[in-house]
Design a protein around this ligand. Structure first.
Ligand code: USQ
Length: 383
């Protein structure tokens, strides 16, 4: 297939580019380096320096023999995105091209506005470009489990059947996001559902939980091919942060009571899920929602696993509860359905002790590069 990857420079974008290229698809990766710019602006650069997208495409060609095409530009600009669609004519589009950080979206008004403008603007442009140039293509859009929030009932896979006053109907599962970033994903879903209904687009919306890990089947141990490993409070996700904190001898930053529970997955599984979604497209006029995670953990569970892994590797890992800078439930019910991707063939990689120790050993190789000041600054949700 001809696969267009929007946001191809990102933490998941670049590994997906290699994965689909290795699987024999013709891939075009597009990015405007917004994440690189924002990381630099807020002094949150990743643990390892990452070559630019053209340089990575050349390295990938050397390692695999496969060509990956690259275009750099702003997908929020209609003249750019329309030329990408007109020239490439994809069969499938993977849309990752969004500001991905909840804390960034809560930093100040400017950051909030950028998140809103970029995320909704790009999704809108993707819809328009699909309708104009590739109305039969399949859009695989990265959403988030955070769209649902933490309701006191089981979370269904996208849709819920409701009986009301003797009649019944099927609706999008109620959403209650916990940050402006997560709210942009809710709004994306509504925009997509609208255009699926009126224009008959084909769309898969992947509700992904927090991802951890660095190496994939395609990176192997080649650190030039690794994606960004952010350990800072703004762009780092919690398990990656805890690993780096343990390696740096920094007490693990559990926010509040630590009972916050989410659905996690290894980066290898994030790639498997996206590949399965692309290779099993939906019909025209269908919005398929898949809950994309493997296992649920509380923050305390993760801290304990990191502490235990540190102990096995001779590190003295301590845990420190900090006043929670976010507004979220710290003790709650959490039971989301996640059978759709398993039914498509997902072979989950669980968070075993071996996986933990392997990640920790990898991070330890780069411990000299950790900048402790980047770990915590307390971006608050409250005004
Ligand atoms: N947390 C801590 N200590 C930390 C960092 C985080 O206790 O040092 C807690 C947070 O308060 C939260 C949980 O860990 O309860 C997860 O936080 P996170 O920063 O790993 O994840 P989040 O901000 O929710 O966002 C990440 C990705 C985002 C994705 C989302 C999936 O950055 O792109 O959409 O995970 S989900 O969480 O399911 O919404």
């Amino acid at each position: 297939m001809k696969v267009l990857i929007l946001g191809g420079d990102g933490y998941i974008g670049w590994p997906t580019t290699m994965k689909l290229s290795a699987a024999g698809h013709e891939v075009l990766a597009v990015d405007n380096y917004m994440r690189r710019r924002l990381m630099r602006e807020v002094d949150c650069e990743a643990l390892l320096e990452v070559p630019n997208l053209d340089a990575r495409a050349r390295l990938w060609k050397e390692r695999s023999g496969n060509d990956v095409a690259v275009r750099i530009g702003d997908l929020n600009d209609w003249s750019f995105i329309s030329s990408v669609f007109e020239d490439f004519r994809p069969d499938a589009i993977i849309h990752y091209a969004e500001q991905p950080s909840a804390p960034y979206s809560m930093m100040d008004r400017t950051a909030a506005r950028l998140t809103l403008d970029n995320n909704l603007g790009v999704t809108f442009n993707v819809i328009q470009a699909m309708a104009e140039y590739t109305p039969d293509a399949h859009l695989v859009k990265l959403g988030t489990m955070g769209e649902y929030g933490t309701p006191n009932i089981d979370i269904e896979e996208g849709w819920i059947d409701i009986e009301h006053k003797g009649r019944s109907g099927r609706f999008l599962f109620p959403r209650a996001a916990g940050s402006l970033y997560h709210t942009t994903k809710v709004l994306d879903t509504d925009l997509l559902w609208f255009y699926v209904r009126v224009w008959g687009l084909r769309v898969t919306d992947l509700m992904q939980g927090p991802v951890y890990g660095l190496s994939t089947d395609e990176t192997g141990e080649d650190d030039q091919l690794f994606p960004f490993l952010n350990y800072d409070e703004i762009f780092g996700t919690v398990l990656n942060r805890f690993m780096v904190q343990a390696a740096a001898g920094y007490p693990l930053t559990v926010y509040g009571k630590g009972g916050q529970t989410r659905g996690y997955l290894h980066i290898k599984d994030a790639l498997q899920c996206v590949q399965l979604a692309v290779e099993n497209p939906v019909e025209k006029g269908e919005l398929r929602v898949l809950n994309q995670f493997v296992e649920t953990f509380s923050v305390n569970d993760l801290a304990e696993r990191v502490r235990a892994s540190g102990e096995r590797l001779g590190l003295d890992v301590t845990v420190k509860s900090l006043p929670n800078p976010r507004k979220e439930m710290e003790d709650h019910y959490y039971n989301p359905v996640h059978t759709g991707l398993l039914d498509l063939g997902l072979q989950p990689n669980k968070l075993t002790d071996a996986t933990m120790d392997e990640m920790m050993q990898l991070v330890l190789c780069y411990r000299e590069q950790i900048v402790q000041e980047r770990i915590f600054r307390g971006v608050a949700w409250k005004k």
